[in-house]
Design a protein around this ligand. Structure first.
Ligand code: C5P
Length: 240
């Protein structure tokens, strides 16, 4: 199985988020994208609607899968769940990178598989008041960096980070770690509900190893052409 690294093949840097209601809708989308992308994100909505067999299906087709389930539980449960997730052949898996026990349990559960563990640091929908509700006084940017370092030092392989914080995260966790950035738009894309967005070029220049793109591709009239536009933007950023 192709191992995900911080310096992937150019066309494996784009991860398309399959944020659709069920596995059939996801299959249609993957077919429509064709050769436009080879790496897909399956999130919780899809997992609850036939998404896990779809992960195996996509892997059998030679595609790569990011299983975005953001696990957080006692160590025994995390370890055992991650071991089952690895059996699907998923290439990337998210956990909450908030404490060492969770990250270490995920690393143990992954075992000898090539599945990489990514930590989510601070969910980007949380603001300073939400963090204060948790009795955390640390400014959010510092908390992101603290948790990114904790994740990697406890056995994780990298983090999910906004492109706007990617360069600080990259500096904190080194060149070998994965930095996967959502919230990516081409300059002429609609923003949707995203407010803090970046282009593929700025994300990659900031140190992102991979970018996650959803609606600009999945809701395009021609998803394959839309994916190709992102691939071209990535290629241009890498060659400049
Ligand atoms: O906005 P878009 O449709 O491109 O979102 C793509 C994916 O990135 C979605 O699955 C979304 O949940 C995820 N995401 C995000 N912004 C964050 C963190 C995750 O858009 N800050």
């Amino acid at each position: 199985m192709p191992e995900v690294t911080a310096k992937p093949d150019e066309r494996e840097r784009l991860i398309v988020a399959l944020d659709v209601a069920d596995a059939d809708a996801a299959r249609e989308l993957v077919d429509a994208i064709g050769d436009g992308a080879s790496f897909y994100k399956v999130g919780l909505e899809l997992v609850m609607a036939g998404g896990l067999p779809l992960v195996e299906e996509l892997r059998d087709q030679g595609r790569m899968v990011f299983l975005d389930v953001k696990l957080l539980d006692i160590g025994n449960t995390v370890e055992r769940s991650v071991a089952r997730a690895a059996e699907t052949g998923a290439n990337l898996l998210t956990i909450h990178g908030v404490d060492r026990k969770t990250v270490a349990a995920a690393a143990a559960g992954r075992g000898d598989s090539d599945m990489k563990i990514l930590g989510v640091t601070v969910l980007t929908n949380l603001n300073v008041d939400d963090v204060a509700d948790q009795k955390i006084e640390t400014p959010i940017p510092d908390l992101v960096l603290h948790r990114a370092k904790l994740t990697v030092s406890a056995g994780g392989d990298g983090v999910v980070a906004s492109a706007l914080e990617a360069s600080a995260v990259r500096a904190a966790i080194g060149s070998e770690a994965l930095v996967v950035t959502p919230g990516i738009r081409l300059a002429d894309d609609a923003l949707g509900d995203q407010t803090r967005v970046a282009t593929p070029a700025s994300a990659i220049q900031a140190g992102a190893s991979h970018i996650v793109v959803g609606r600009p591709i999945t809701q395009a009239d021609d998803p394959r052409a839309a994916a190709e536009r992102f691939q071209e933007a990535i290629a241009a950023a890498l060659s400049s």
